[in-house]
Design a protein around this ligand. Structure first.
Ligand code: HEM
Length: 125
């Protein structure tokens, strides 16, 4: 239905949680991404579930606990190259496929994440 948010359309918090778990399994196994993430991803996973819920129009779980996302600023301590942005996006695309996210939401959400990921690039290589 046209009044649904993307969050509702994909199946709410359960789907966001599934997506985030599938995504970080791939991040953890990716040779370009794993080195810049903490070994224990528990907290990273928890925050990303909160963030993606609100990014997709669901409850503002991230802001309630951590304040304004300021994502680019929060990523500045980590060297994010174009190559890493593409790796991040490829893990996300595969995670979306793994959980069988439906069209057109898959493409719409991926396209928004592509813009956000490119905005995070803060290191020339
Ligand atoms: C945190 C990498 C893109 C959302 C982080 C952290 C790293 C990272 C290393 C810190 C993990 C930790 O200390 O727990 C990257 C890389 C990206 C990228 C390499 C490639 C472009 C994105 C995008 C989003 C995003 C596109 C949003 C859709 C977040 C959030 C956090 C985070 C919400 C937690 C921030 C906090 O500490 O409160 N990211 N990220 N990231 N990232 Fe990314």
């Amino acid at each position: 239905n046209n009044n649904q948010t993307p969050f509702e359309a994909i199946g709410g918090l359960d789907t966001v949680e599934e997506l985030v778990e599938a995504f970080y399994n791939r991040v953890q196994a990716h040779p370009d991404l794993a080195p810049i993430f903490p070994d224990d991803l528990t907290e990273t996973i928890r925050k990303q579930k909160q963030f993606l819920s609100q990014f997709l129009g669901g409850p503002p779980l991230y802001t309630e606990e951590h304040g304004h996302p300021m994502l680019r600023a929060r990523h500045l301590p980590f060297p994010i190259t174009r190559k890493r942005a593409e790796a991040w996006l490829s893990c996300m695309k595969q995670a979306m496929e793994e959980i069988n996210m439906e069209s057109p939401y898959k493409e719409q959400i991926y396209s928004r994440l592509t813009m956000t990921a490119h905005h995070m690039v803060n290191n020339p290589e």
